[in-house]
Write a new protein. Structure first.
Length: 197
């Protein structure tokens, strides 16, 4: 979850949706260190607050957010499986494979439903029973945000979409940015870029 979040923060920073500082790459380690530090710091702060004021201990806090994050990621996997089927059955019919684009996503979705069922039934004690509602609330907030932004700044929605589709490739992109800087250094050119400061 940490790596996925860092990659997304990096991509959104690179494209100017979030502060561009999040797209900075470490000069020697080639990693998006600002995005990683922000994500780690936010997680630690959240853990301290919930450990002290909500759950009373770090282990329960870790288990709560670990379970909540796991449930959210499993639901994302289901949406990805559905989108694979819809995309290839509607937009890439010539490439559609019943095995790869229908049966495998269906089997994967069924497999993912088992741990989801185990997380929500039997209904756990409070506050663990709130997981589905918290995820639904987060999804609604995201949809409202998307609706508002799409009305006011449709160009920003396109930029965010590009960041989401490219987020899985960010380590390579970060490395390419740094390698371009090294090439310019070797050639005696300027070394200043938005992503390798």
């Amino acid at each position: 979850m940490h790596n996925a979040t860092v990659r997304l923060l990096y991509a959104l920073g690179r494209d100017g949706v979030l502060p561009r500082a999040l797209a900075r790459v470490h000069p020697t380690r080639r990693s998006p260190y600002v995005a990683a530090s922000f994500q780690a710091g936010f997680s630690v702060l959240l853990g301290i607050i919930f450990s002290a004021f909500v759950f009373g201990d770090p282990a329960t806090t870790y288990g709560y957010f670990g379970g909540l994050g796991t449930l959210a990621v499993l639901l994302v996997y289901i949406f990805i499986n559905v989108s694979v089927f819809l995309y290839f059955s509607r937009k890439e019919r010539g490439s559609f494979s019943p095995l790869r684009h229908a049966l495998i996503p269906l089997v994967a979705t069924a497999a993912v439903c088992l741990p989801i069922y185990g997380l929500i039934y039997p209904v756990p004690d409070p506050p663990f029973n709130l997981w589905p509602y918290l995820i639904a609330l987060w999804a609604v907030i995201g949809l409202v945000f998307l609706f508002v932004v799409s009305r006011r700044r449709p160009d920003l929605v396109e930029t965010m979409g590009r960041a989401f589709t490219e987020a899985g490739d960010e380590p390579d992109a970060a490395q390419e940015d740094v390698l371009r800087v090294e090439d310019r250094r070797a050639a005696g050119g300027s070394t200043t870029t938005g992503t390798a400061e």
